[in-house]
Design a protein around this ligand. Structure first.
Ligand SMILES: Nc1ncnc2c1ncn2[C@@H]1O[C@H](COP(=O)(O)OP(=O)(O)OP(=O)(O)O)[C@@H](O)[C@H]1O
Length: 940
């Protein structure tokens, strides 16, 4: 087997003087040092991989470390801090200055590390999604990651695959490639194998080459890899086309905006305090220091790091639930999804088809009972009655690409086809025998637009056995064409039927009768295929479906069940309570679709169903109106999906749409969240934001839930951190008006914002779904972060916390003797008291903050170990700052007597009560657990 590969392998590939497209296949193979039928040997492939490196484009879309650092350093928040540090230096406060600068550095490093890790994580996810390719190595077909391809590899191409490198086509069976990404040409190009003259032939005209970044839209073939990675046409222009813009998520952009607003407020308040202080003739140093503290207090230092962390974690969790995220923004968009448009077969159903009913003009069989009694492996006798079904059964198995294992009575391949092969085998008609009797001579493959397929078979002169009838159907012609497909449409193409051993005419009345029969079967949720045949004088030309698939002789019907996935029913119910509308979009018959939709709870048994034909007859306005209420679309082609997404989006919906085929790609791109099936084509995956590793509808719903959790956790941190900062601003700004000393010095505020809040923020980022996460309406993309009660929280809890801390400060100051009698050390003691009690209060607030609605005793303490650990760490750090001599120096703290700590703990307990009271009020204000988006319970 390894002959050629072995003899030629040691010769290194060299680029020929003429273009690859100018050489014939033999010359290409010899220049590449490979065998055009067996491929490279494993050893040689390994060697070349070492030499040429993996087949991937250098990641230029990702920002470099330098860029990430610059982005962090140049952010407005950092600039404010640097400015504040400068003033502190002017005031002769070296520790404050050093601390501010140290924290600036820490902040930048933390941000950079987070960003860098998030970027790496996404790159890793992308790699997981890298296409698998089938290649020949040493004469055997192997499956490998596209990254492992090397020049000289022989790659097998099939419909839906992305072309994984630049290659010279050596075999083409109707092979066609979409090259729009590379050449801008929107029509697919036919691929050929013969050499093409002209060194300067345009890329688009080099029909015997296939290029990285294009995709196979039709047919199959094989090709020799001529260039990989950056040594491809795409690699050459990669720098030009790679999107260097860093894609920020909606939340990131919103939070950037929030940070800017806060920064502006910081500057304004600081200026105000400075001006009023000057006007009242206060000590300039104190005023300046206050202004610096204010600026530092408002800036939410921990926010960016917490955000990236939370998003990356969300993507990871989704992966754990079998949804692979290809673009980070999808994590949060998922949380806003309002409509999920899902394929039926395989996503909502199990895609395990079993034929339960057979109908031919002369006989019928219902197998449900038998299979229930005798199990799925039941075999049946081809008695006189059943023999009347033989042409139907045999044709169904012949016009078919599934492979039967006659022993186990199982089939591999497309489940619809497998069911037909299996039912024929039940009656002793094994596909391999049939294939031998009536050899296949040509085929018109299935496509979901036509919804049928045809195979053409030679009719040999010898005895055909049980399928002798097909000779008569062929009506003396040398070939018989067998067509199977969606029953309603196929029956319309039949002009006669096979009955009593003769071809009888089929008139409109007859077709109507068959239509009713089909309707009867589909209404029970079965997929019904019709099978028909005709004689042919000669083999049809390529793509001559229209010429062949008409004037057919009707042979019969096969109806099969495909049970719903058990978990889909729950997922549909979850969608409903979560204010998300599940919509079924299927190529199947309207009645089949509706019956299954009803079974899953997606639609009423008599719900309105729209078909592809209905859609075509509708104007844009009409369609918009229809998509508001229709949950089942049937007999839909991939092109219709695009219109459905469009109409839904016009209606303001955030749409997730599933798909697996090449033609689904435009709809996946258009949808807010394109969802590709793990089993689908590479083209669909490339177009999608999310790939379902298990093809399961329930997985989409799980991903939506995780998306909401991410959103919740970010909002949780914003609520916590902004209300805390409001308090800190008040603590700094108010006391000077009453002659009190500064209650928090800048370095303390920094510590609180960055370490205490940052650690707690990370703890909040890992919070799991709340009990009502999927029982409330989705977040509208236009909805601000401060909606649903967060604004109230910030404006009530913030001032309460601030007032409480001022009271603490005032008590401490009075205890030290009050106006005129307080020494510098005692001032430091007062500040340390406020600093520490505030830290305690923040710790308990973090606990209460675990749920937006539920009381803390319900959410419990143990559910989030990370948060508990962070609370512990923050506590230890706080005590360290207060009690270790070196840190006392840096942070200008004084050791607190135990009684103050105890009082601080008591104050924190009071704060907890206030938080819980606010939540109780929020619960009363807003209706909980909504069932539909109409009754939205957002209190914001
Ligand atoms: N292999 C096949 N040969 C002939 N006809 C088929 C074949 N597979 C499906 N059909 C017919 O074509 C119709 C549409 O099939 P299509 O594959 O587009 O839908 P589907 O993908 O199975 O459904 P969904 O869109 O819900 O996933 C089916 O209802 C069936 O009648």
């Amino acid at each position: 087997m390894t002959r050629g590969a072995q003899t030629q392998a040691s010769k290194a590939p060299e680029h020929p003087e003429r273009g690859w497209h100018e050489l014939d296949v033999g010359a290409v193979a010899s220049a590449l040092g490979t065998d055009p039928s067996a491929g490279l040997s494993d050893e040689e492939a390994r060697r070349r991989l070492d030499e040429y490196g993996p087949n991937e484009l250098e990641e230029r879309a990702g920002r470099t470390l330098g860029q990430i650092i610059w982005e962090q350093v140049s952010s407005i928040l950092i600039l404010i801090l640097v400015f504040a540090g400068g003033i502190a230096a002017l005031l002769g406060r070296p520790y404050d200055t050093a601390a501010i600068l140290a924290i600036v550095v820490l902040f930048v490093v933390l941000g950079v590390v987070q960003e860098y890790r998030a970027q790496k994580a996404i790159a890793a996810l992308k790699q997981m999604a890298a296409p698998q390719v089938r290649a020949m190595r040493a004469g055997r077909v192997v499956e490998l990651s596209a990254r492992e391809l090397v020049p000289g590899d022989l790659v097998l191409l099939e419909t839906g695959a992305v072309v994984p490198a630049d290659m010279r086509v050596v075999e083409s069976v109707n092979l066609r490639a979409g090259e729009a990404a590379l050449t801008g040409e929107s029509e697919p190009v036919d691929k050929t194998t013969a050499p093409i003259a002209g060194a300067d032939t345009q890329l688009g005209d080099r029909a015997n080459m296939a290029y990285l970044g294009t995709s196979v839209t039709f047919g199959r073939g094989s090709a020799l890899v001529t260039g990989t990675g950056m040594r491809t046409e795409l690699g050459r222009i990669a720098e030009l086309i790679q999107d260097v813009r860093h894609e920020k998520t909606l939340l990131q952009r919103r939070l950037d905006g929030l940070a800017k607003v806060l920064a502006l407020i910081a500057v304004v308040i600081a200026a105000l305090v400075f001006a009023t202080g000057l006007a009242r003739g206060e000590d300039t140093a104190l005023i300046l220091l206050t202004a610096v503290s204010l600026a530092v207090a408002i800036v939410p230092e921990g926010l960016p790091a917490v955000l990236t962390f939370t998003l990356a974690l969300g993507a990871q969790r989704m992966l754990g639930r079998k949804a692979l995220i290809r673009r980070l923004p999808a994590v949060e968009t998922l949380g806003s999804v309002t409509v999920i448009c899902s394929d039926k077969t395989g996503t909502l159903t199990q895609n395990r088809m079993t034929v339960l009913a057979l109908r031919s003009p002369d006989a019928q069989a219902d197998l449900g009972e038998t299979l229930r009694e005798r199990g799925p492996k039941a075999r049946l006798e081809l008695d006189d009655e059943a023999a009347l079904l033989a042409p139907l059964l045999a044709s169904g198995a012949l016009c078919n690409d599934a492979i039967l294992d006659p022993k186990t009575l199982e089939a591999v391949g497309d489940p619809t086809e497998g069911a037909l092969v299996v039912v024929a085998a039940r009656y002793g008609l094994d596909k391999p025998d049939l294939d031998a009797t009536l050899p296949r001579a040509a085929e018109l493959p299935f496509d979901s637009g036509r919804k049928r397929m045809t195979t053409v078979h030679e009719v040999p002169s010898g005895d055909l056995g049980v399928v002798e009838g097909l000779r008569a159907v062929a009506d003396g012609r040398p070939y018989v064409a067998l067509t199977k497909g969606a029953a309603d449409a196929l029956v319309e193409r039949c002009v006669s039927l096979w009955s009593g051993g003769r071809i009888l005419p089929l008139d409109d009345a007859g077709r109507e009768g068959l239509g009713q029969e089909i309707e009867g079967l589909t209404a029970g949720g079965m997929r019904v295929l019709a099978v028909a045949a005709r004689g042919l004088k000669e083999l049809p030309g390529e793509g001559d479906a229209e010429g062949v698939e008409r004037g057919l002789v009707y042979l019969g019907l096969a109806a099969m069940v495909d049970p719903p996935r058990p978990e889909a029913r729950d997922a549909v119910a979850t969608c409903k309570t979560a204010g998300i509308r599940p919509v079924m979009i299927t190529g199947d018959h309207p009645l089949t679709a509706r019956a299954i939709a009803a079974d899953l709870g997606m639609a009423a048994p008599d719900a309105r169903v729209l078909t592809g034909r209905d859609l075509e007859a509708m104007g844009a306005g009409e369609l918009r109106e229809a998509v508001r209420e229709v949950n089942v679309f049937a007999r839909v082609s991939p092109e219709h999906k695009l219109r459905i997404v469009d109409a839904l989006q016009e209606e303001g919906e955030v749409v997730a749409m599933t798909g697996d085929g090449v033609n689904d790609a435009p709809a996946l791109k258009k949808a807010d969240i394109g969802v590709a099936m793990g089993s689908g084509t590479d083209v669909a995956k490339e177009a999608a934001e999310v790939v379902l590793l298990d093809d399961n509808f329930a997985t989409i719903v799980a991903a939506v839930e995780e998306g909401r959790v991410v959103y919740d956790n970010v909002r949780r941190f914003v609520q916590f951190s902004v209300s805390g900062n409001v308090a800190k601003v008040l603590i700094v700004a108010i006391p000077p008006f009453f002659g009190l000393p500064l209650l928090l010095v800048p370095i303390m505020i920094l510590f609180s914002n960055l370490l205490t809040d940052g650690l707690l923020g990370l703890g909040m980022g890992v919070e799991r779904a709340e009990r009502d996460t999927m029982r409330r309406p989705p977040y509208a993309p236009t909805e601000g972060i401060f909606s649903r009660g967060i604004a109230q929280h910030v404006t009530t809890i913030g001032p309460v916390l601030g007032a409480g801390m001022i009271l603490v400060g005032w008590l401490a100051w009075r205890a030290a003797g009050g106006a005129g009698a307080v020494t510098a050390t005692e001032e430091a003691l007062v500040a340390t008291t406020v600093f520490t009690v505030l830290a305690f209060a923040q710790l308990v607030r973090a606990l209460s903050n675990r749920s937006f609605r539920e009381p803390v005793w319900r959410t419990g303490l143990g559910g989030n170990r990370v948060l508990l650990a962070m609370i512990g760490a923050a506590l230890v750090l706080q005590l360290a700052v207060v009690y270790t001599p070196f840190l006392q120096n840096v942070f200008q703290t004084e050791p607190l007597p135990p009684v103050t700590l105890a009082a601080g703990a008591a104050a924190a307990a009071v704060m907890l009560c206030v938080m819980e009271l606010e939540k109780a009020l929020r619960r009363r204000r807003t209706r909980p657990l909504v069932a539909s988006p109409g009754e939205a319970g957002g209190g914001g």
